[in-house]
Design a protein around this ligand. Structure first.
Ligand code: SF4
Ligand code: SF4
Length: 150
């Protein structure tokens, strides 16, 4: 997924106003919105539940298989996260999280697959659980394969 392939239907899946629009109305509004985002004239904030618990998924057991696939996902930062100024966002599409040339979040250490801002990472990252996500595991959650120590 690249910065140019935002799935707006997914982004607004829980928005009743968006869902009430006809397909033509959606296309018209989204075209205007995309233009405004491209011109930096508008921004989209993410809406996360700050009270939801962090995921307890044991990422360290799967990192050598997933290679931090979730750190390629596109999502919008919350207003609070943008205002804190720690997490980088895409300047061309505010306030979606930034991506590097390889399609990964710039806060990811590509060698270790560790998050460089782990204690300040966005709510979306904290709460995401990949175990039933086909985008990460198209054939289902695999058995754990820990690296060999020899
Ligand atoms: S949530 Fe899943 S895809 Fe993301 S780092 Fe953890 S194991 Fe990997
Ligand atoms: S902030 Fe950290 S956990 Fe979130 S996408 Fe970037 S590298 Fe991954």
């Amino acid at each position: 997924m690249s910065d140019n392939s935002i799935d707006w239907d997914e982004e607004f899946a829980d928005d009743p106003d968006y869902q009430a629009l006809s397909s033509e109305e959606r296309q018209r509004i989204l075209r205007v919105m995309e233009k405004m985002l491209d011109m930096g004239m508008a921004g989209v904030y993410g809406e996360e539940d700050a009270n939801a618990p962090d995921s307890d998924f044991p990422c360290k057991n799967y990192l050598n298989q997933c290679q931090a696939k979730c750190c390629t996902f596109i999502f919008a930062l919350t207003k609070h996260e943008v205002n804190r100024g720690i997490v980088q966002y895409n300047q061309q599409k505010p306030f979606f999280i930034a991506r590097d040339a390889g399609g990964y979040c710039p806060h990811l250490d590509r060698q270790s697959f560790q998050c460089n801002i782990y204690y300040d990472r966005p709510l979306r990252c904290r709460q995401y659980d990949c175990r039933s996500d086909n985008n990460v595991w198209p054939e289902g959650l695999p058995a754990i394969k820990l690296p060999k120590n020899d």
